[in-house]
Design a protein around this ligand. Structure first.
Ligand code: GTP
Ligand code: MG
Length: 364
């Protein structure tokens, strides 16, 4: 049996990584392939893990730091999935604040575990809003160090996927694709839209057929990278919600995400990604907000109501983590009170990601 293909996907918070990997997994599964997924974040209780597990995919969650600082856990997680499910494809989503994955993950995998995986071209996703910001086509909303982080993410990509192209006119799509290509001549730039399965099929062809490449390790300023990570506040919570009367999961998560993102805007703090998922059993709802360019959105598949549900809230914004935590707590209390519900906090963490300290770094 050939070694499993490992598809590593990077890109900033909210770029569309989980949506893209879920679509890729559906495409592969429909073709009779077995798929396993690896999620990654600075903390646990991930909406993404619940989302991908909800697609009936086996998921390994690597929490606590980026893949680069959890190299051994990444290898162990992949090994568990391979041992238990024998996937031919492993899809791995890096934390959205992470860069330098070629030097710290892909090259060390090739050096230390030659032949264990077939490494697909490294794909980095960026959405039109952030691409416009990087290209100077719209005013900057992110701190300069965070913009530097985004540029570095794109700088090490084999493939750059311009996501959410359903937002764009054909002309704006060409402008953005050509702008990105001009800055990153060695990468291939492809469009990706959740509304157009053909774009995922084209991506899949490239992932499955292109030979392994040595990649482009970055000449990364780790002080600046650490400042970019430190400029982002992170808040994760899991809450057991209980009410006397049934409440709609979709309304709860939309109200929560709308309140948190409204409060952040009021504080002039740029949203990176605020997402909430509430559900019980097979019924769930999920809402997102990603930056000033978009309004909060409820996932199409959202469904269900009950007197009790598990709520996950993952918020990331360009602000102090203590402030983000307070805004999230206030919003949570408000949406619970509006339903006469109570919430028991099962776990909660808020922090700014610490300076990355990669396990390995093969940059020569
Ligand atoms: N219109 C449109 N929305 C999309 C598309 N892809 C993703 N989105 C939306 O963008 C938001 C963020 O998508 P995710 O897939 O969760 O982004 P992510 O990169 O995994 O985010 P993090 O894990 O927080 O870094 C969600 O509201 C998605 O529904 C797309 O192709 N078109
Ligand atoms: Mg994600």
């Amino acid at each position: 049996m050939p070694a499993p293909r490992l598809v590593l996907v990077g890109g900033f918070l909210g770029a569309g990584k989980t949506t893209a990997l879920a679509a890729l997994a559906r495409l592969l599964t429909a073709r009779g392939e077995r798929v396993g997924v690896i999620t990654n974040d600075q903390a646990g209780d991930l909406v993404d893990t619940a989302t991908l597990a909800g697609e009936d995919l086996p998921v390994a969650e690597i929490a606590g730091a980026c893949f680069c600082c959890r190299f051994d856990e990444l290898v162990a997680g992949a090994g568990r999935l391979l041992g238990e499910h024998r996937p031919g494809w492993l899809l791995a989503e890096a934390a959205g604040s992470c860069a330098d994955l070629v030097a710290t993950v892909l090259r060390p995998l090739r050096r230390l575990l030659p032949g264990r995986f077939r490494l697909a071209p490294y794909s980095v996703l960026i959405d039109p809003f952030r691409a416009g910001e990087l290209l100077g086509l719209r005013p900057g909303t992110l701190p300069a160090d965070v913009r530097y982080l985004l540029e570095q993410q794109l700088g090490e990509a084999d493939l750059i996927l311009l996501t959410k192209t359903d937002w764009l006119s054909a002309r704006d799509q060409i402008t953005l694709q050509e702008g990105i290509q001009g800055h990153h001549p060695f990468a291939r730039v492809l469009p990706l839209s959740a509304e157009d399965p053909g774009t995922h099929a084209e991506w899949l062809v490239t992932l499955g057929t292109e030979p392994e490449r040595p990649g482009h390790p970055l000449d990364l300023d780790y002080d600046r990278y650490a400042r970019a990570e430190g400029a982002l506040g992170w808040a994760n919570a899991s809450v057991a919600v209980q009410a006397a009367e049934p409440f709609e999961f979709g309304e709860l998560v939309m109200d929560l995400v709308t309140l948190v993102s409204g409060s952040l805007a009021h504080c002039n703090a740029e949203i990176a990604h605020v997402k909430a998922r509430c559900g019980a059993g097979a019924r769930w709802a999920r809402a997102h907000a990603t930056g000033a360019g978009s309004r909060p959105e409820l996932d199409e598949d959202s469904d269900g109501h009950a007197r009790a549900g598990l709520l996950l809230l993952n918020a990331r914004a360009a602000c102090d983590a203590g402030l983000l935590h307070r805004l999230c707590t206030d919003a949570l209390l408000s949406v619970l009170a509006a339903r006469g519900a109570t919430g028991r906090i099962l776990r909660e963490r808020h922090f700014a990601p610490p300076r990355p300290r990669p396990t390995h770094r093969d940059a020569d």
